[in-house]
Design a binder for this molecule. Structure first.
Ligand code: CP3
Length: 353
């Protein structure tokens, strides 16, 4: 059994029936894991991302500890910005870009970097992962969406509203569009090479989609996102699109050619399926704060979430609505996974009846 390839995630993405939902966590490798903390006490975050052996080791940690149904390569959505020409730093407050984009000259200076092992050590990390666990579990590659990367490149750091990025978008629209276009081309090359290196699923993170109105998201963000997703289709790799705070954007987002939409806890998953089809691929969406509570709350909320998706056997992937929080107790993660595993028994029972 242990030697078999775990294809639950790939099956769910193909809308084939599964005995229980596949489960993995956004940000599953990271600060809540003592084994990650140990590695990080010796190397900086960027150094870790750019060291293929260590990045591979850290990517495997949640797989080894929990047996999650997918391994996501350890890296960060901001690394392409660095290759394009920005000075990226990670401080205790999060990412910081020192020479952020302010005008058309800044946009013109930016490169569309080639994607190879030198520009992106992450590609090497993916090939190491492929060797280490490629026969056991699918490997997820990822990137930020053009709009989310734009937000960081113009704002310089995480913000609640990204007003500086929005101002640039509305007041310097042509420059903004050129920047979005350069980002899109960069991401296409990078994601293509991730697939060549061994990624079997791609997840695109549009974390800051929700700061735009439907009208503006449709005008400024969707064209680039659509371009990227359409250009990736020939690779025949399933794509998961994560958007946060995106209730108001669903009518546009759902037109994109992705295998699943990863949604946050503010959205009722079944309502999305009722509207967009029973087979509509969905991933999510437990509030990460629930993993800070206790076993009985976690069990109940996880069960309710899965039961809340009428035909969870098809096209549903269990995950959180956003990344796992740094102070999440390990046992709580086990509890959520165990609760998901119990659905396999439920299926057997319901077949018998
Ligand atoms: O999921 C995984 O396990 C793979 C690794 C991964 C990281 N970042 C590692 C990381 C992934 C998929 C990301 C994506 C990412 N990075 C996103 C999109 C998803 C999301 O959470 O919205 C965004 C917006 C970023 C940008 C970023 N990187 C921020 C805002 C921060 C600081 C605050 C935070 O949330 O951690 C980071 C740092 C970062 N990226 C850490 C990790 C493990 C913490 C760094 C540390 O070890 O100190």
């Amino acid at each position: 059994m242990n030697n078999m390839f775990n294809d639950l995630l790939l099956k769910a993405l193909r809308k084939e029936n599964v005995p229980r939902p596949p489960v993995w966590f956004m940000r599953q490798a990271g600060r809540y894991l003592p084994e990650y903390q140990k590695v990080r006490s010796e190397v900086g975050f960027l150094e870790l991302c750019n060291n293929p052996e260590l990045a591979c080791e850290v990517s495997l940690q949640p797989f080894e500890r929990f047996g999650v149904d997918a391994v996501i390569v350890f890296s960060d959505i901001l690394l392409p910005a660095q290759n394009m020409g920005l000075e990226l730093e990670f401080t205790s407050f999060g990412p910081k870009i020192n020479n952020l984009v302010s005008n058309s000259a800044d946009v013109r200076k930016l490169q569309i970097p080639l994607a190879n092992d030198e520009t992106y050590p992450t590609l090497k990390a993916i090939s190491l992962l492929k060797k280490a666990v490629g026969s056991k579990v699918p490997i997820i590659g990822f990137a930020g969406a053009p709009w989310t990367l734009f937000c960081y490149m113009v704002e310089g750091y995480s913000s609640h509203n990204f007003n500086r990025a929005k101002t640039f978008l509305y007041a310097n629209t042509q420059d903004a569009q050129q920047l979005l276009s350069k980002i899109t081309n960069t991401l296409f090359l990078y994601l293509t090479m991730q697939v060549n290196a061994g990624a079997q699923v791609l997840q695109i993170f549009d974390t800051w989609a929700g700061v735009l109105s439907l009208e503006d998201y449709k005008t400024y963000a969707i064209p680039y996102l659509k371009h990227l997703i359409d250009d990736l289709q020939p690779l025949k790799v399933p794509i998961i699109l994560y958007t946060n705070n995106s209730h108001h954007l669903l009518s546009e987002i759902t037109k994109l050619k992705v295998s699943a939409h990863s949604l946050d806890w503010r959205i009722k998953l079944q309502a999305v399926r009722d509207k967009y089809g029973v087979d509509f691929g969905i991933q999510g969406n437990l509030d990460p704060a629930i993993l800070l509570t206790n076993q009985s709350v976690i069990r109940e909320k996880t069960k309710n979430m899965i039961h809340g998706v009428k035909n969870w056997q098809t096209g549903y992937i269990c995950n959180l609505g956003h990344g796992i929080l740094p102070n999440t107790p390990i046992d709580n993660v086990h509890t959520m996974i165990d609760t998901v595993y119990e659905f396999a028994n439920e299926t057997v029972v319901s077949f018998v009846h």
